[in-house]
Ligand binder design. Sequence first.
Ligand SMILES: C[S@@+](CC[C@H](N)C(=O)[O-])C[C@H]1O[C@@H](n2cnc3c(N)ncnc32)[C@H](O)[C@@H]1O
Length: 222
Amino acid sequence: MSDGDECIDWNTFWAEAGDERRAMAATGQYGQAEPLAQFIEQRGISDSVASIGCGPAHVLFELAGRYPEVEFVGYDTAESVIIENRERAERTGRNNLTFGVETLPEIEAERQFELVFSYGTLQYVRAIEQAVGSLYELVVDGGYLVFDYPSRTMPATIERAAEDSDEHGEWLRERFDLVLARENLLSYERIHDLLGRWPRKFNAEGDGPTGSRASPRVFVPK
Ligand SMILES: C[S@@+](CC[C@H](N)C(=O)[O-])C[C@H]1O[C@@H](n2cnc3c(N)ncnc32)[C@H](O)[C@@H]1O
């Protein structure tokens, strides 16, 4: 479970949700592999990449196929999605892609990666500042952390989206309860205070509820 008392039981969600809700929760599948691929090439990342809160790992599967010489690891709090991902990796012969269970705000994996990314996940973590610190610790010196986070404009964006949706309004409010309660909002300044480096805008395609002003996507070199 994530963070102790969250509204969503992600383990049950990934085991039982239908296609529509799974697609809505896996926002990282929308056009996010290409910007990361460009980043990997521009920054010369050749050794290891991790995704935290990977969900069904669409981006990881795409990148692992594209860069067979790089090691990719996906972590998520939900064991059900980790098992599903492991089976898919075996079925599709992705020998450079493995998975493990990890629950922010802590990370127990005792290793580091050249590139760590976390998309659409910190929105669900109450102790977000500790979580950002843990993500940064997972990065080797000289590497990069890429993530999106709930900004001060996210509560209003979620409220609007919930009002506009007949079908999913209640679910959106439940899913983003911490954001709506303004319990885990971050800013560039706060990230700078936490990590001692200024975050920089990460160019992402396909801006949706994440990767937008409400949930900016940034990178922080280490
Ligand atoms: C909205 S989904 C995003 C999945 C994927 N990153 C994407 O962009 O498609 C959020 C994911 O974060 C995971 N998650 C939620 N709380 C977490 C926590 N405290 N630690 C690790 N993963 C968590 C959920 O199980 C879920 O897979």
